[in-house]
Design a protein around this ligand. Sequence first.
Ligand code: GZL
Length: 341
Amino acid sequence: MKKRVLALLMCVLLVATMAVGCGEKKDNKDDSKATTADSSSDSSKDLITIGFSQVGAESDWRVANTESMKAALSEENGFKLIFADAQQKQENQTKAVRDFISQEVDVIVIAPVTETGWETVLGEAKDAGIPVIIVDRMIDVSDDSLYSCWVGSDFKQEGVDAANWLVEYMNKQGTGDAEHNVVVLQGTIGSSAEIGRTKGFDETIAGFTNYNVLEEQTGEFTQAKGQEVMEAFLKKYDNIDVVIAQNDNMAFGAIDALKAAGKTPGKDVVIVSFDAVKAAFDSMIAGDMNVSVECNPLHGPRVAELAKKLMAGETVEKIQYVEEGVYPAETAAQELPNRQY
Ligand code: GZL
């Protein structure tokens, strides 16, 4: 009898021990889940989640812009970045913004491919209470409460600076009064960079009747398309002596087309470009390009600062221009070491 009682007691003891153990494991499991949740909720609580819709990777400028944004919107700087590359298609940006809204990000940042088509989706972001920062190119909306602020360049001024540099250069060459025949490789049609640079250049050069703009056509801001359009221009016109390329990558394509046609870019055909990326300085040092009008892509730190201010409930300045200059070939060698992109 005693043995049975003892055996029974042992069984009860064993079952009790197992129950407590599971409980502990469960509790531990719960605790571990709680710990993970706490730490992840702690970490997610601390980090500002940014949904960033980028135009694409079409140019050296864009690559530098993306690098600047990713470096500034890093975890060590207090951000969780969700990055979406639109591959130069606005429909991809609209989808990305809707994804950000469904993920309930804290701030949406958009580098818009083109200026129009933003009312609906930004209305959805506003209804969701998510602030929007526009960076680089601008958007054209009737209600500017759809975005909190914009950081970028004065594209029209860039176009004016290019025209003024060209006229001054030709005057210095002693051909200021001669007839000059200009072709323009435009950026993505409808993008602020294209709209501003075209308007600024065209309106300024129209004041000089000896400058004839033969044709303007988009090279989509890419080197390949820029070369293709320049080849077509060379088949159509035999008197081109100025090429305005609305970014350096299209200028590189135009330079290749001119050399293939037996021309000497930088000498018998003046090459005026925009962006002023490092490769443009190499091209100017090689004598292929005459000037590059800077377009500063280093928006990351400013966007990071703006996002933190918006999350802190501060109001921020609506329109914020970045600093830029004009870089002629004559100073390219001394400037190149200072270039950050
Ligand atoms: C300008 C930017 C333009 C660059 C191009 O701010 O939007 O897009 O000039 C880039 O190189 O593709």
